[in-house]
Design a binder for this molecule. Structure first.
Ligand code: AGP
Length: 610
C-alpha cells in the first residue's frame, strides 16, 4: 500500500505535507514525491528512497505553495524509481495525481489512450489514470475525475490537483481508505488520520465510490450516484504521543512495551475488570448470538492476524465446543467454501484494509454469510463492511511488524470463548472466576517478561549471525511458534520456520546442526512432558536449543543452551506471555543486524493490494 496526503489552506503546504508523509511512511517507503500548485503551474519533486531524501531536495529547491499533494510509495507496477514515484502528471503537466491502490484494467485503458494520441512516460498503472482525467478534462476537475474513475476497474484512493481548475483538491476512493481533515480555512486529505492529527482532530471518512471536492472553505462530497452527501464528522480520540516513539529507538519496541496496557484496556473495554466479566451487554453479546446460531464458523485473516485466528480456533473449540475452520484469506477467497446464511465468518485485521481479507469477507457476504470483524482501526473498510466489529484497544500500531495488535486480538478471542463457554454452561461459575482472576494478572506478567529484555538481548546478540531458525511449540503455543518465526523473518531477514513440536520427527529434525538455533516454547502446560522429549531429541543431535520455560524449571535449564523464563499461568493464556520474548528476540536480532526494524525491506504495514 502507499501513503497519500494533501493540503489546501493559507499556510505553506510543504512542511505539512512532509510531516504527513513521515506519519504515513510505514505504509510504503521505496520512493516519495510532492506536487504543488503555484502561479498557475504545477511544480513536481520526486525521489527514489525514503522521505528524508525528498525533504532534502524540496528544501534545497526552496519549494513552497499553499495547495499541495504528496505520496510515499510501495511499488506495485513499475520498479521503485524517481520516474515511477508519485505524483504523476498528464503529458501537458496540467494535472497531478497521487494514488493508493491498483488499476487492474490499466493496459486496455493505456492502449485506448495511445490510440487517441496520448503519450506515456512511465510503466505505472497510475499514469493511466491521470492521463484519462486529462482526456476528459473540460473545465471541471471533479467531473473529469468522475468520468475517468467510471472507466476504472481496481482499487484507488486518489488526490488530484489541476492548474486549469485550481484552488481545490479532488479526492476519490474505492477499495483504499481516505480521510478528510477539517480545519479553519484549511483542509486536509490523507490515507489515514495520523497524517493530519497534529493539525486537526476533526475528520470525516469517504465511503466507496465517493468523490470529494476540497477547498479552503469547505468540503463537498458526491456519492457514486452523483448525490451531494452529508458525512458524520468524527474526532481523533488519541493524543499525538500515540504516534510518536516517546524515547524508544523504534516504534516496534515502544509497541512491544505497550502490550500490558493495551491488553488491560481491551479486557476492560469488553467488560472484564475488577474481578468481574460483564459480557452480556455490548458487542460481545452480539457476537455470541451470531456464533450460537451459526451452523459453520470460519476465521479468516493474513499473516500475524492469521496466527491469532489459529489461537482463536483452539480457544473456541476448547471453551465453547464449537468447530472452527481457520483460512488464509488469500486462499479462502478463491476456493469454493461452503457458505450459506447460517455461516459466520470472523475476519481479523489490524489495519482493517488488507486486500485479501477484505475480498474474502465480500465473497462470504455475497454468499449470505454474517461477518464479524476484529480490527484495530476505527472506521476501517473491513470494520465498516462487517455486521459486528470488535475494536481491539491497541491504539495506532506504526511498526510494520505487528505486536500489540496481535496480543489484543488473542485477548479478544479469549474473551469471546470464555463468554460463550460460560453462557452455554460449558464453563462453570468457578472456572469463570478463576479465568477472570488469572486474566487480570496477565498485564503485570507481560511487564515482568519485559523486565528480562537484557537477557533476551544477550541471546539475540549471540545468535544474530545464524542463517536459519526453527521455532517449535505444542497446543496453544504452536501458533506462537509460527508467530515467532514470522517476526524474525520479517525484520531480520533470517529464514525461520515455525512447527508443531511433534512434527520435528517428520522431516525438520534432518536440519538440526550446531548452527541452527531451535526455539522451544516449553511452559509447564499439558504438553510439557512431550516437548521435553522433543528438546532432548534435538540435543541428542548436537542441536542448539533456546527454551522458553517457567521460572524455576531446573529440568529445562539443565538441557537447553539458553533459557528465557516465563511466569506461570493457565495453559490457554500462555500465548499472551510466550509471544513477548519472541517479539523481543526478533527485535534485538534485527537491531544487531542493523536492519530497518520499523520499515523492513519490501514490506508495508497493510497490504492493500493482492
Ligand atoms: C505481521 O507482523 C505482518 N506485518 C503481516 O503479516 C500482517 O499481520 C498481515 O499483513 C495482516 O495485516 P492486517 O492484520 O492489517 O490485516
Amino acid at each position: 500500500m502507499c501513503g497519500i496526503v494533501g493540503y489546501i489552506g493559507e499556510a505553506d503546504s510543504v512542511p505539512i505535507l512532509l510531516s504527513g508523509l513521515k506519519r504515513l511512511e510505514y505504509r510504503g517507503y521505496d520512493s516519495a514525491g510532492i506536487a504543488l500548485l503555484g502561479n498557475g503551474e504545477i511544480i513536481i519533486q520526486k525521489n527514489r528512497g525514503k522521505i528524508s531524501r525528498l525533504e532534502k531536495s524540496v528544501k534545497m529547491k526552496g519549494l513552497s505553495g499553499s495547495i499541495g499533494i504528496a505520496h510515499t510509495r510501495w511499488a506495485t507496477h513499475g520498479k521503485p524509481s524517481s520516474l515511477n514515484a508519485h505524483p504523476h502528471t498528464d503529458e501537458n503537466k496540467k494535472i497531478a495525481l497521487i494514488h493508493n491502490g491498483i488499476i487492474e484494467n490499466y493496459a486496455s485503458l493505456r492502449s485506448d489512450l495511445e490510440k487517441k494520441g496520448h503519450r506515456f512516460e512511465t510503466d505505472t498503472d497510475t499514469e493511466i489514470l491521470v492521463q484519462l482525467i486529462a482526456h476528459y478534462m473540460n473545465g471541471s476537475l471533479e467531473k473529469a475525475v468522475r468520468r475517468a474513475i467510471n472507466k476504472v476497474e481496481g482499487t484507488y484512493g486518489i488526490a488530484v490537483i489541476s492548474s486549469t481548475d485550481a484552488d481545490k483538491i479532488v479526492a476519490a476512493r474505492s477499495g483504499a481508505p481516505l480521510a478528510i481533515g477539517l480545519g479553519d480555512g484549511e483542509n486536509f486529505v490523507a490515507s489515514d488520520i495520523s497524517a493530519f492529527a497534529e493539525y486537526t482532530k476533526e475528520y470525516l471518512l469517504l465511503d466507496e465510490g465517493d468523490i470529494s471536492v476540497i477547498t479552503r472553505d469547505g468540503v463537498k462530497i458526491i456519492s457514486s450516484e452523483g448525490e451531494v452527501m452529508e458525512k458524520e464528522t468524527q474526532f481523533i480520540e488519541w493524543n499525538l504521543d500515540k504516534i510518536e516513539k516517546n524515547g524508544h529507538a523504534h516504534f516496534m519496541l515502544k509497541e512491544i512495551y505497550e502490550q500490558g496496557d493495551s491488553v488491560k484496556k481491551t479486557m476492560s473495554m469488553y467488560g472484564l475488570k475488577d474481578g468481574k466479566f460483564d459480557y452480556q451487554n455490548g458487542p460481545i453479546a452480539e457476537v455470541l448470538d451470531e456464533l450460537q446460531s451459526a451452523s459453520r464458523v470460519y476465521i479468516t485473516a493474513c499473516g500475524t492476524s492469521w496466527h491469532a485466528g489459529l489461537i482463536g480456533e483452539y480457544l473456541l473449540e476448547q471453551m465453547a465446543g464449537i468447530p472452527i475452520e481457520v483460512e488464509y484469506a488469500s486462499e479462502f477467497r478463491y476456493r469454493n467454501p461452503i457458505i450459506d446464511s447460517e455461516t459466520v465468518v470472523i475476519a481479523i485485521s489490524q489495519s482493517g484494509e488488507t486486500a485479501d481479507t477484505l475480498a474474502a469477507i465480500r465473497m462470504a457476504k455475497d454468499s449470505g454469510a454474517n461477518i464479524i470483524s476484529i480490527s484495530n482501526v476505527l472506521g476501517s473498510t473491513i470494520a465498516r463492511e462487517s455486521s459486528v466489529n470488535l475494536y481491539t484497544q491497541a491504539g495506532p500500531e506504526i511498526g510494520v511488524a505487528s505486536t500489540k495488535a496481535f496480543t489484543t486480538q488473542v485477548v479478544m478471542f479469549t474473551l469471546i470463548a470464555l463468554a460463550l463457554g460460560h453462557r452455554i454452561e460449558i464453563i462453570s461459575d468457578e472456572q469463570l472466576t478463576k479465568m477472570i482472576k488469572e486474566l487480570e494478572t496477565i498485564p503485570h506478567k507481560i511487564d515482568t517478561i519485559l523486565g528480562t529484555e537484557d537477557t533476551i538481548r544477550e541471546i539475540a546478540d549471540r545468535f544474530s549471525n545464524a542463517s536459519n531458525f526453527l521455532y517449535a511449540g505444542r497446543g496453544y503455543n504452536f501458533p506462537i511458534a509460527l508467530e515467532g518465526a514470522l517476526k524474525l523473518k520479517e525484520i531480520s531477514y533470517i529464514h525461520a520456520e515455525g512447527y508443531p513440536a511433534a512434527e520435528m520427527k517428520h522431516g525438520p529434525i534432518a536440519l538440526i546442526d550446531k548452527e541452527m538455533p531451535v526455539v522451544f516454547i516449553a511452559p509447564r502446560d499439558n504438553t510439557y512432558a512431550k516437548i521435553l522429549s522433543n528438546i532432548r531429541e534435538v540435543k541428542a543431535r548436537d542441536g542448539m536449543v533456546i527454551a522458553l520455560a517457567n521460572e524455576g524449571d531446573e529440568m529445562i535449564s539443565n538441557i537447553a543452551d539458553q533459557v528465557i523464563y516465563l511466569p506461570e499461568t493457565i495453559d490457554c493464556l500462555y500465548p499472551l506471555l510466550a509471544v513477548i520474548p519472541l517479539q523481543l528476540l526478533a527485535y534485538h536480532i534485527a537491531v544487531a543486524r542493523d536492519c530497518d526494524v520499523d520499515q523492513p525491506r519490501n514490506l508495508a504495514k497493510s497490504v492493500t493490494v493482492e
